[in-house]
Unconditional design. Sequence first.
Length: 138
Amino acid sequence: MLEERQAMHKTFEIPLDIPDVMIEKVGTDRHGDCVITVKSTIEGTHCQICGKKITKVYGDDREITFRHVSILGRKTCIRLRPVRDQCSSCDGNPTTTQEVSWYTPRSAYTKSYEAHILLGVVNRTIHDVCMKEAIGYA
């Protein structure tokens, strides 16, 4: 019975606050930080040239890593290989990388983490929050 209780307490579920993804893998990096690899569950995107909805999968873009809200005191990162779709309407059949709602393109942070940081500066200095979260201050 004791073994049963110990096994029950090894894992549990928590919400990531990231919509439209499927978790592929959860692990830790060499620093002990939590790394969660996800895949988008959204089909298609809009062509960057003509704006039409496209759903012909061309492949995956390079992997992107985003800082996310810490989980149980561990620095947490989300990894994603965005889907690239191909437009059959435009000359040259260009590809467009899918954008999802939970991060801003070219940002190193999820929107949830950005909101967490903004809330953190209430009654604190930006320097204090940067030190606590181990992020740079430019």
